[in-house]
Write a protein that binds this ligand. Sequence first.
Ligand SMILES: NC(=O)C1=CN([C@@H]2O[C@H](COP(=O)(O)OP(=O)(O)OC[C@H]3O[C@@H](n4cnc5c(N)ncnc54)[C@H](O)[C@@H]3O)[C@@H](O)[C@H]2O)C=CC1
Ligand SMILES: O=C([O-])CC(=O)C(=O)O
Length: 288
Amino acid sequence: MEEDSGLRLVDCRAKGGSSGFKVAILGAAGGIGQPLAMLMKMNPLVSVLHLYDVVNTPGVTADISHMDTGAVVRGFLKQTELENALHGVDLVIIPAGVPRKPGMTRDDLFNINAGIVKNLCEAIAKSCPNAIVNLISNPVNSTVPIAAEVFKKAGTYDPRKLMGVTMLDVVRANTFVAEVLGLDPRDVDVPVVGGHAGITILPLLSQVKPHLSFNPKEIDYLTDRIQNGGTEVVEVKDSTFATFVCAYAAVKFADACLRGLRGDSDVVQCAFVASEVCHKSSIVKEKS
Ligand SMILES: NC(=O)C1=CN([C@@H]2O[C@H](COP(=O)(O)OP(=O)(O)OC[C@H]3O[C@@H](n4cnc5c(N)ncnc54)[C@H](O)[C@@H]3O)[C@@H](O)[C@H]2O)C=CC1
Ligand SMILES: O=C([O-])CC(=O)C(=O)O
């Protein structure tokens, strides 16, 4: 006969006090995934947090679930649990995949990460076709179009809901500009457009808020440093790339998405998304 534990909770699992959104992190046991999971557990807009990976999610889930914040955390391990991890989710954040090693470019990750992202997006199309997807896995400039094609094939593509996470470039730009001008980075907002690799990262230094002016030397220095921030970290970080700052940036971006889902009207952030801008300008050129 089982002994009465004397606990008042029948389920023995915290229910979470908050109403909020259901978020899944795919690749949650990785260098970015773990701090990302920790920070999302602290986000008051999250009521349920699903952590999925092909390794180590039971341990990461047990650890993070002890935090006394509102979100209920559940772990999912391996492909057989992927559908359950995604069921009914509002926002999926994907840092799954391999990071580059010193001497590699982000493009060198294409072969492995393209397959991983394809597989995960096929599951998203099945289990949570209306979810917002934040794609972190590199090369972002290629994984986002791959995800778009998977969703198109499944008939679930909505360009407003698929975003490559380039927030890290904005975070770095804010920090480096503040450093050069002796300001508090929290008071600086640098829009960064384009992609997330080398010269495709385009900081718009003329559009910084508050309006600031830079001399040509500062522009060259800042542009180069923002475009090569990832490489700067690996040179001093013992063969791993930026993980903590990426997790921080990803949470900043995910929080903006959740505020948008909540209906807030003042949410503006940069991301790598489908755009007609180039088409339109080339049409204008052809006509003129
Ligand atoms: N967009 C951005 O700003 C940034 C993107 N990255 C990229 O993020 C990715 C992850 O980087 P790290 O966390 O440092 O790598 P990591 O190797 O530490 O972690 C990756 C995690 O993905 C998991 N994984 C592998 N295949 C999977 C699958 N099929 N399904 C679910 N999980 C799977 C691994 O088990 C591992 O836990 C890399 O591609 C990296 O280049 C890195 C920094 C910034
Ligand atoms: O450089 C890398 O490979 C990781 C990354 O995307 C970044 O730190 O911006």
